[in-house]
Design a protein around this ligand. Sequence first.
Ligand code: ASP
Ligand code: MG
Length: 465
Amino acid sequence: MKKIVVKFGGSVLKNPEGLQKIEKIINSYNNYLIIVVSALFSVTDKLSEILAGGNLSGANISRLIKSLRRIHHDFLDHNINNLSTIKLIKIDLEMMLVVLNDHLTGLMLIGDIPESSHAFVISFGERLSSMVITSILNSKGIGICKSTPEEIGLYTSGRSLDARIDLERSRTEVKKKLSAEKHYLIPGFYGINNNNKVSVFGRGGSDYSAAVIAECIDAEYCDLWKDVNGFMTADPVLIKNASTIPLLSYGEAAELSYFGAGITHPDTFAPVRLKNIPLRIFSIEQHIERELLPPASTLINSKRERNKNVIKSITYSNNFALLRIKGSGVGIHPGIISNISRKLSEKGINIRSIITSQTTINFLLSSKNIEEASSIVRELNLPDAEEISIDENIALIAAVGYGFRETYGVAAKILTTLSEEKINVTLMTAGASDDAIYLTIRKNECEKAVRSLHHEFFEVQHHNK
Ligand code: ASP
Ligand code: MG
């Protein structure tokens, strides 16, 4: 029987009682599982915080260690009855905290935080949680073998803080190492690079760990357990009557995650798509009765279904910015885009999208990269680049769903809805993908835009016009 990869996120690991739920969930599966865990809730934030400018002091380090000790002890004390078992696990935990403490002290003393040390420190959330969770589940008699990305050979490439898995290199070893007929538990979020140093996958990266492991072992399913109801027609914090989308294709889910729906790491879908492994998102809030698996909130697979409205979800993000290169020659002379993209990729900067006209090239980038990207492009001294500017006042709205290219009127409906609200669309792409239309507007109009589009596509009943 094929194994299932099951991932529990930090939001599911908010309090010690959560572990009882996890125990029930594990028991409701009939297969052997590869369990991937995130850090306990808030731990990665705490680890990142201490590495932020000027925070690395002796007092802050001991405060951090104390608070990590308390969070993990709470889980142990709450979930294990046998005092001598708890004592032994706490000794192991203490040894890990000593390593973390020493590493942080070293960084404080040298007054520098290399990226690989940063990655090593923030991987401690998962190192600690995996140790504690395995011990608790084993004390309940579940029988889990703990392993680590180092041990199973999850090799990465790219930047230490934004790495990706080298599947070609990892696949065989991972499959072999996880082949025994038993449950395994693995910390998510990190792998090791060519120099055997820890690299992390960016925030929320345990989803991606789960998907990659699922690909390597040819899992039957990749299941992500979260504290939300799957993918929704819009951000439920903004739109009270947003509803869950039961079925999405890999492409639609990727577009949604890439352009704002914060529920999964955006790279999660590529590995499972390679092997056609269905990805299910479950809500931890679901009632689990008689150890039966509840229905998934959203199932993501290769089926591409067009619904009546074409659009399945409206998402947005305020984390993008535009780098604009103007010049009368940019459209005529070859090599400008390749020059820029080569330079940006050498620096590890990911281009999210490129939108061009004959006289202007717009690079859509993550806001965090925009300043660095702008100086890189200026240093290139491109003769055709007469004006290089940055636009940070943009919100990106994506309307995601399958069938834009075969259906007339969808883009028109989006533009009409926004123009009725007097919202100015500053840039738009349609047709670049089967799965999404996206556009930029001013940041302060974002909420209004999402509300009006959600209303138009999901809340009003359209009769044949
Ligand atoms: N612990 C990491 C984070 O909070 C990775 C994850 O949760 O998936 O970003
Ligand atoms: Mg998380």
